[in-house]
Design a protein around this ligand. Structure first.
Ligand code: AMP
Ligand code: MG
Length: 402
């Protein structure tokens, strides 16, 4: 059996980096992955400007009780004239500093009357309240690294440089295959012996939620020919295929033979994790295929903690492992298992600033109602008696599904 960390790393290592790029507008950029490193092309601010509403003067012209004639009024967007010695310029936040001025007096420290300004408080320092050219960004310096997931903050930085669009990786195209004779689609009539296909909707949402494109979702019956046809359609159309169910050792677990009959190479892993265990990585005509366990909770957890780094790598992202924290696990009885356990928990903030994790009562791998309840997964070590209050790694699903 493969250890969890090893399986996670091997999956990510099996992932090809993206090659296709496209140019998108800033409006379309959030959530996309920057494909090229970008350097600043502008000094920002482009010129010294005022950080406050007030008056620009020469520091040397200040003396207690100074009363300076107002030479000009400079609004944001105006081009100022040079400041004459012994005079002041009225200006506002964002107004350019006129040549010759070196200090801004805030308007609260002045009185204006008869075309003059009286300075009632001594300036604290030469150069005060001036935003210097280039103090934010400097032309030629690195701005953003390739592999960055663009969010509002990055879009703001790109827009400030005057960029209207940006080169990103093409969205990762992911196909989903669900399997099973017992399944009917939501909205259809259901016989007693049937259940609704929840994994198709779940995986579609997980794929989109991480920022990839759900290219196609197919369902196959538990028949080799049906599975083969669906797999072939998906590998022809996608960068990555996720199949779910039909991959353990039952008589109707035919995904493995279907992959082999398409000439695919397949490595079946027993990962020492719970829920999960059977996970397979295959390659059909060069396209990677990950086979997830059929139980909805297992598929969800395995996608979140085991497979998501692989998807992020295929998206071109540099940060493929979201942050982990540690928190106290609250349990009624000590627990121990021969596999590492990923327990569905809710995180609660403590008054001292710490956090504690409460497990969902029923940890069965078919208990879908536990999924919307859980904020994350607590990772319990294998072969160790875990006591109440033990500090364990916490996988926050807001990060691990993003
Ligand atoms: P399998 O791995 O195909 O044996 O499936 C394991 C369990 O997960 C069985 O109880 C299946 O009915 C259930 N299951 C498999 N696929 C789905 C699905 N797409 N939606 C809901 N339940 C599923
Ligand atoms: Mg099945």
């Amino acid at each position: 059996m493969l250890e969890f960390d090893q399986a996670q790393a091997q999956l990510a290592d099996a992932a090809p980096a993206p090659t296709r790029t496209e140019t998108v507008s800033l409006a379309e950029a959030p959530g996309r992955v920057l494909a090229v490193p970008l350097d600043a092309t502008l000094d920002l601010p482009p010129a010294d400007n005022s950080a406050m509403d007030g008056y620009a003067i020469r520091h040397a012209d200040y003396q207690p009780g100074a009363r300076l004639p107002i030479q000009q009024r400079i609004y944001a967007g105006d081009m100022p004239r040079p400041l004459a010695p012994g005079q002041a310029a009225r200006l506002f936040t964002g107004s350019l500093i006129p040549e010759g001025a070196d200090t801004v007096i805030v308007q609260e420290d002045t009185r204006e009357a008869d075309g003059h300004v009286e300075i009632t408080e001594a300036p604290r320092a030469l150069g005060q309240h001036i935003r210097r050219r280039g103090e934010d960004t400097r032309a030629g310096r690195p701005l953003l690294a390739a592999g960055t997931v663009l969010q509002a903050a990055h879009v703001a930085l790109l827009a400030s440089q005057g960029l209207a669009d940006v080169q990103v990786y093409a969205k990762l195209r992911v196909g989903v295959l669900t399997t099973g004779d017992e399944l009917v689609p939501p909205g259809a009539a259901r016989a007693t012996q049937q259940i609704y296909n929840s994994n198709a909707s779940m995986l579609g949402a997980l794929v989109r939620g991480i920022g990839a494109e759900l290219t196609q979702a197919l369902h196959a019956r538990d028949e080799e020919s049906d599975l083969q046809a669906a797999l072939q359609t998906l590998v022809d159309d996608c960068d990555l295929v996720l199949s779910v169910g039909g991959v353990s050792v039952g008589e109707k677990d035919l995904v493995k033979p279907a992959i082999e009959s398409l000439g695919g190479e397949l490595t079946l892993w027993k990962v020492r994790m719970k829920p999960g265990k059977p996970v397979a990585l295959a390659r059909i005509e060069g396209t990677p295929l990950v086979c997830l366990p059929g139980n909805p909770v297992s598929a969800y957890a395995v996608f979140a903690v085991l497979v998501s780094p692989m998807l992020r790598r295929m998206q071109g992202r540099t940060e493929i492992h979201p942050p982990l924290s540690r928190a106290a696990l609250r349990i009624e009885r000590p627990r121990q298992d021969s596999r590492e356990e990923f327990v569905r928990v809710q995180a609660h903030a403590l008054p001292d600033g710490g956090m504690e994790l409460t497990p969902y009562g029923n940890q069965g791998s078919g208990v879908i109602s536990s999924l919307p309840w859980a904020t994350g997964l607590a990772r319990l070590p294998a072969d160790v008696l875990v006591q109440d209050g033990a500090q364990v790694p916490y996988y926050d699903l807001r990060h691990w599904l993003a």
